[in-house]
Design a protein around this ligand. Structure first.
Ligand code: SF4
Length: 313
């Protein structure tokens, strides 16, 4: 069931996930479409997340936006004191401005591995850090090993922060410890996106790939074909997997396997490296004292891709 509506306020709205925003002209959503979208969200009882570009919107837009409860996703470069989620692209980060905030850091794998100190410093100040590895599909045997070591090293910092009384939230390491079930991408299932052209898409990435690939518009309403395919129940491997923190990015699936509910090998491997590092992290924190006493241990497993395990049977 749909629960969220993401509204891209402009073609140049920031990315908060794997998709890239093409560098092109600005196109602000029409004010009437913005009003109609808010009305529809109220009728359908959907929570709205507005995604902003890096320039300040005209005052009349802000007035319409403020007519409904919502969340704001804004780029770090924009005026962000009121943003609920701040997106970061690049490493010139003023940590003070991110104190107590929810941040999304988009980075290539090599950049991430080269900026360990910056990530540790961020974790010490933000309320939550989500890292999106934008070139996940290029994961190789070589950088897979390096990623595993990187996760364990940053995990040591997370342990120290816990000992110091902080509770850092970090999607790559702490989510798996906290979750009790799958918590992944809801595109096309719990979440739908409105683009500045007044049409709906499975997620922003589908809009930027092909604006003709819409799933309805503000006049017709929602029209998601084969809607069941976006549900976990229709992903036979994922629904049995216990890498509960895995993003299962629908857009990435579509790009790599041409199926919205079939992930790439690399997505599974990365998610399992993170799962295993979370296992190590949980053990390390528990060696220092009682921690999440109601949560069971995370089992040791001998595979990184459940598809390979299935083929062995
Ligand atoms: S690790 Fe692979 S099988 Fe497990 S949830 Fe993620 S995409 Fe699905």
């Amino acid at each position: 069931m749909l629960q969220y509506m993401i509204i891209l306020l402009d073609d140049a709205s920031t990315s908060f996930c794997h998709y890239e925003v093409p560098s092109g002209e600005r196109r602000l959503i029409h004010l009437d479409d913005l009003r109609a979208a808010i009305r529809l969200a109220m009728i359908e009882n959907l929570t709205i997340q507005f995604v902003y570009p890096d320039y300040e919107l005209p005052q009349e837009y802000q007035e319409v936006i403020d007519t409904i409860d919502h969340s704001d996703i804004k780029p770090l470069l924009a005026v962000t004191p009121d943003a609920d989620v701040v997106t970061i692209n690049g490493w010139e980060i003023d940590n003070k401005s991110l104190s107590g905030r929810v941040a999304v850091l988009r980075t290539a794998m090599s950049e991430l591995l080269a900026h360990t100190r910056a990530v540790k410093d961020l974790l010490a100040v933000v309320q939550r850090l989500n890292v999106v590895i934008t070139d996940l599909t290029t994961l190789t045997d070589t950088n897979r090993e390096a990623y595993m070591h990187w996760l364990n090293e940053v995990g040591q910092t997370v342990v120290e922060l816990y000992i110091n009384g902080q509770s850092p939230q970090f999607n790559l390491l702490t989510d798996r410890m906290m979750l009790a079930a799958m918590n992944n991408c809801g595109a096309g299932d719990t979440c739908i996106t409105l683009a500045p052209n007044g049409r709906f898409y499975v997620c922003p990435g589908f809009y930027y790939d092909d604006p003709e690939n819409d799933v309805g518009d503000l006049r017709r309403g929602f029209d998601i074909k084969n809607r069941q395919l976006y549900k976990l129940n229709y992903a036979p491997i994922c629904r049995q997997c216990d890498a509960w923190q895995c993003r299962r990015c629908v857009w990435l699936n579509r790009h790599t396997t041409l199926e919205v509910n079939t992930p790439s090998h690399e997505q599974c491997v990365a998610a399992h490296l993170e799962r295993n590092a979370s296992r190590q992290l949980l053990t390390s924190i528990r060696q220092k004292g009682t921690f999440l006493p109601d949560k069971p241990e995370i089992n040791e497993i001998d595979y990184l891709d459940p598809f390979e395990k299935l083929q062995e049977r």
